[in-house]
Write a protein of this length. Structure first.
Length: 269
């Protein structure tokens, strides 16, 4: 991948895999906040064009791992990551990775919608200013991104109105559209519907399923029903460890581990 320049030998260290399917690979990843070992010896493969749900109780490491994928933990002074975390054969933990380019390829949407206090149009075009996109192409990108985020029909006549006037669900879909404008390969969603009402939640879930056609989606959720509705595979985290990853239907009906069974049956959480 041209935008993420790293030393050639790094690519040679990555195990041989089916490159048509695998897009992200974590191998013995450990994440620390100071002395706190937040994620422990995590190994996980993420496939192209799948929705992978990360579930587990609060503080189990799932959001910490999600943020590590596009180096958001770099913003926390006490955070450090060891092991190998690769994207299309490139070690993302290398100091030679262009983090700005990485966050274009791997976009992130947070739990609370965070539109900029600008117009809907300016929210979508904000990131384009930093990536050498021709201004004459902006309006087409705005429409395309809003279409993909299932928001175009609701806002096409008010593109220059403040984004803060949108409902909570619309603001979250706007944040997804803002991410899509940069044409990422992977979309990271950190509890994207936790603050939304059931109708808005359903729209976001429908959107996730639609996005899978063109993107890889990794979503952190506390809502196990949501994970069962939208994801292809589910990974269960507990106390900083990845306990189990399986096709979602299997994990919820016949998990491999007692801890998974205890969590999904509500015996703890």
């Amino acid at each position: 991948m041209a935008t993420l320049t790293v030393q050639k030998q790094i690519e040679e260290e990555i195990p041989t895999v089916d490159q048509k399917k695998l897009i992200l690979q974590a191998d013995d990843v450990n994440i620390y906040y100071g002395d706190n070992h937040a994620v422990k010896h995590l190994s996980l493969d993420i496939n192209k064009n799948e929705i992978l749900a990360l579930i587990g109780p609060s503080g189990c490491g799932k959001s910490t791992f999600l943020r590590s994928i596009n180096r958001m933990n770099d913003l926390i002074p006490s955070a450090r990551v060891t092991g190998n975390l690769s994207y299309e054969g490139v070690n993302l933990l290398s100091e030679e990775v262009n983090v700005v380019a990485l966050r274009k390829e791997i976009g992130m949407v947070f739990q609370k919608a965070n539109p900029f206090p600008k117009s809907i149009y300016e929210n979508i075009t904000h990131g384009l200013r930093f990536h050498d996109v021709r201004k004459r192409d902006w309006i087409h990108i705005v429409e395309d991104s809003l279409q993909k985020a299932a928001l175009w029909d609701e806002v096409k006549d008010r593109l220059h109105d403040s984004a803060l006037e949108l409902s909570g669900g619309q603001q979250q879909r706007l944040c997804i559209a803002r991410t899509l404008a940069l044409k990422p390969e992977v979309i990271l969603l950190d509890e994207p519907a936790s603050a939304l009402d059931p109708i808005a939640t359903a729209k976001v879930e429908e959107l996730m399923i639609e996005l899978k056609k063109d993107y890889t989606v990794v979503v952190v959720t506390h809502n196990m029903q949501q994970a069962s509705r939208v994801s292809d595979r589910t990974a269960f985290f507990y106390n900083g460890e990845l306990i189990e990853t399986n096709p979602t239907s299997k994990l919820f009906s016949n998990p491999d581990h007692e801890q998974t069974e205890a969590y999904i049956s509500g015996r703890f959480g």
